[in-house]
Design a protein around this ligand. Structure first.
Ligand code: SAM
Length: 251
């Protein structure tokens, strides 16, 4: 698959600048098609009816590794996810935790039928400044059906779904007293990313990991802004940015 990069002009000989994802080493290493991660990724996509693209494969590989390492290294605490849409990442992580016989709770938060919340000025930078029609399309693209997602995730009794807007939905009884070892923040926009960090970061156990899906996205610049502002106040022990979007904070 070749992916055209719109911001790179064709070179002098007229050949198009593009990235050939077939040649990424990761795929070459698993030529027998038995990459355990991709198996889990595609199984979760199939079960939840979610879309796939190579960038998402890359970001979710980071999430998968972090979930594996955190649960196996014995960092105590629950897991949480802010932004599940149809449950692709939730299913993939929950299936892994089930196979590892992990003991803990996995709290999941989303507006479900509401989709994305409203953009604020921090989301409207560069390509993020979408037209009213495109903004509405983005918001509606990420609506999902609470009952349907709950049914899909029923094999994982340690997962609880909480419907509502972030940060109000964090008022769910018992949540504020919990400590966390892994939090996945995948809400695209400035305010819910900021509010998720403000709620969860102080509740992370040492060695706990926060994975931010949209860090560095041109379409959703508010995510990076929220993370950078938060990190200027509170330094994680380790920070890693992926070149293809996404970031990891180790507390
Ligand atoms: C990109 S999707 C999440 C994708 C998901 N992790 C997956 O595996 O497919 C972003 C989600 O964030 C949710 N969201 C955005 N802003 C929110 C807010 N303020 N409160 C609650 N949910 C929100 C949307 O409803 C949407 O489901």
């Amino acid at each position: 698959m070749r992916f055209r990069l719109p911001f790179l002009k064709s070179n002098k000989r007229g050949s198009e600048r593009s990235v050939d994802f077939e040649r990424i080493d990761r795929y070459a290493r698993h030529a027998d098609d038995r990459d355990p991660y991709l198996g889990a990724y595609f199984e979760a996509a199939r079960a939840t009816g979610s879309s796939d693209n190579v960038f998402k494969q890359n970001r979710f590989f980071t999430l998968y590794q972090m979930a594996q390492r955190v649960s196996q290294s014995g960092v105590p605490g629950d897991f949480a996810e802010c932004g599940c849409w149809r449950g692709h990442s939730t299913y993939m992580v929950a299936d892994l935790l089930k196979s590892l016989k992990w003991q803990g709770r996995f709290w999941v938060f989303d507006s479900f039928e509401g989709g994305l919340s409203d953009k604020v000025a921090q989301d409207r930078i560069g390509r993020g400044d979408s037209s009213p029609e495109d903004t509405k399309r983005q918001k509606m693209k990420f609506t999902s059906d609470y009952e349907q997602v709950q049914a899909v995730l029923s094999p994982f009794p340690f997962v609880s779904l909480h419907k509502g807007w972030i940060p109000g939905v964090f008022n769910v009884p018992g949540l504020s007293d919990r400590r966390f070892s892994l939090v996945h923040i995948d809400v695209d926009l400035y305010e819910p990313t900021r509010d998720s960090l403000e709620f969860f970061y102080p509740r992370m156990n040492p060695g706990g990991v926060i994975v931010i899906d949209d860090y560095g996205s041109a379409t959703f610049p508010g995510s990076k802004l929220a993370v950078d502002e938060y990190m200027a106040k509170t330094k994680p022990s380790f920070f890693l940015e992926s070149h293809l979007m996404g970031a990891v904070l180790v507390v």
